[in-house]
Design a protein around this ligand. Structure first.
Ligand code: ZN
Length: 368
């Protein structure tokens, strides 16, 4: 071999090796980030019930409770720890052992929304984008969101991975901007169109038509949950958002009994999701749950528990639960601290390897 060819093949060798190293390192980065995220919201569930269980002023109040004695048996206990365990057993006996629960204002742990509107569209926009948008989002109207959600960011970055959203409220198609983002979204009374349908999906589609909802724009959470669970089994999304809605609507109706029972039911639905992930090879030990709410509700005068909004004191007070992969067990946060709902998106971006937004801050969650 003459010198010229020897040099050429050396160059070729170096080039090929470099290329191989680049490709294999990006591949290993890809496989290294096997993080899965479940983001879950419970519409308008107060921190007061989450941390202290049933409210003594409401549970016996005949204005809001049809059968006070029965409700009392179900949810009243002598101390707040037992009461909250009766209300949300999965959160307070299992999730608490796997992560961190922010927002017990009685212990100095504050969580607040930053938008000044204090109703749902602005709240979900804040959770899903990491920023409030008080100028452009002024109502719950079905207008496509001009802001990009983390679901859309995830989809843009990961063509090969699944991301989806399931919600009880029909405005989510617009909050997520399904049209622009292309994120698979099933919300409101939408039947599953994820063809070919499974038997479960066919049955859900049929039952959703046959069981009337008390509300015009919100379906029962059982439908949302089971559509989501079927999708999870079918497609194994790496990032899924599930937005339960009943708690807010029962509260607006002034039905404290249904509000509490719905909170407990949602706790059990979350348990089912978690247990599914822990029995799945795909999700086990790779999955983190982020759970929060879009706004708080009032307490004084008592009837304001039904409402929220700019003029209802307490509507900006929320809570945040995180557990699963990578999260250090700290349980209920009992140190003086202030975090904001608009930070949650930054933590999820960090977990999923998405680019951070300038000026956004992550919640200081202790990691393993
Ligand atoms: Zn509401």
């Amino acid at each position: 071999m003459n010198k010229f060819f020897a040099q050429l093949s050396l160059k070729k060798f170096i080039l090929t090796t470099a290329l191989f190293l680049i490709v294999s390192s990006s591949l290993s980065q890809e496989t290294k980030n096997n993080q899965k995220v479940f983001l879950i919201t419970l519409d308008g569930l107060r921190w007061q019930e989450l941390f202290t269980g049933a409210d003594s002023l409401l549970i016996k109040n005949k204005t809001y409770v049809k059968q006070p004695r029965q409700l009392n048996n179900e949810f009243w206990r002598d101390n707040h720890k037992k009461r909250r365990e009766a209300l949300m057993p999965f959160i307070w006996t299992e999730a608490i052992l796997k992560g961190q629960i922010f927002g017990n204002r009685k212990l100095g742990s504050n969580v607040n929304i930053t938008n000044r509107r204090r109703f749902s569209y602005p709240g979900y926009n804040e959770i899903l984008t990491g920023s409030k948008d008080d100028e452009r989002i002024t109502s719950n109207a079905k207008k496509n969101n001009l802001n990009k959600t983390i679901l859309e960011e995830f989809k843009e970055k990961n063509n090969n991975k699944k991301v989806a959203a399931f919600s009880s409220w029909d405005v989510f198609d617009y909050i997520i901007n399904e049209e622009r983002s292309g994120v698979y979204t099933n919300s409101g009374f939408e039947p599953s169109t994820d063809f070919p349908l499974t038997q479960e999906e066919e049955l859900l589609n049929q039952m959703q038509q046959q069981i009337p909802s008390p509300w015009g724009s919100v379906r029962f959470d059982s439908f949302t949950h089971n559509y989501a669970l079927t999708y999870i089994k079918k497609h194994e999304p790496d990032f899924i958002y599930i937005a339960y809605g009943e708690t807010d609507d029962f509260a607006h109706n002034g039905e404290y009994d249904s509000y509490l029972r719905s909170a407990k039911n949602t706790d059990q639905l979350i348990a089912e999701l978690w247990n599914y992930t822990q029995n799945s090879q795909y999700y086990k030990d790779n999955t983190t749950f982020y759970i929060t709410t879009d706004h708080g509700r009032g307490t004084i005068p008592i009837d304001t528990w039904r409402s929220h909004g700019a003029n209802i004191e307490g509507s900006d007070e929320t809570w945040f639960i995180v557990f699963g992969k990578g999260i250090k067990t700290k349980g209920e946060i009992n140190e003086k601290s202030q975090i904001f709902t608009n930070q949650i998106a930054s933590n999820i971006r960090k977990a999923l390897g998405l680019k951070q937004k300038e000026g956004n801050q992550v919640i200081p969650i202790d990691l393993n």
